[in-house]
Design a protein around this ligand. Structure first.
Ligand code: ZN
Ligand code: ZN
Length: 162
């Protein structure tokens, strides 16, 4: 049962490793391919030596040779790929969390503008605590609005979310 599911899953995915950077022919898993000896060029893969040769004059290589490599097996490729994805997902999470914590206590109100407004409206002075309290209120309103925007599947917070 488990094995069968796994087979189906594999069959649904692409059946080749990468495409040749020149002729776009598929390079299959476990297949021998050519890679350029120039280190900045290593992201390109070539299905054959003639394809490797094509890029030499284009890239202006003075001395470069082809290195023969073998494409990973499908199983290995899938494992390493999902590990990378896992790591990058969690890095984003951590970054986001750090940022989130910084903003949790920030003052979101322009103090001078608010003080001016209160003064003009009423002649009252405004204590500094008011900025903190209003920032908390704004944060709460934003959090509710964010929830609504997300429920809507949007990537932009809009006036109608409030
Ligand atoms: Zn090719
Ligand atoms: Zn090259």
């Amino acid at each position: 049962m488990n094995n069968k599911n796994k087979e189906n899953e594999l069959a649904q995915n692409e059946n080749f490793w990468r495409k040749c950077s020149v002729c776009k022919k598929k390079i299959l898993f476990n297949q021998i391919y050519q890679v350029c000896s120039v280190s900045t060029c290593k992201k390109n893969v070539y299905c054959s030596y003639p394809c490797f040769e094509v890029h030499l004059p284009i890239m202006n290589h003075k001395s470069a040779w082809a290195e023969e490599e073998r494409a990973p097996s499908k199983e290995n490729y899938r494992v390493s790929k999902s590990e990378d994805e896992y790591i990058s997902e969690h890095e984003n999470e951590r970054e986001y969390k750090n940022k989130n914590e910084d903003y949790e206590n920030d003052i979101l109100i322009v103090a001078s503008k608010l003080k001016q407004y209160v003064k003009a409206k009423s002649g009252l002075n405004t204590s500094a605590d008011v900025m903190e309290k209003l920032s908390d209120i704004v944060r709460e309103l934003c959090n509710d609005a964010i929830t609504r925007a997300k429920e809507d599947g949007r990537k932009t917070l809009m006036d109608r979310d409030f």
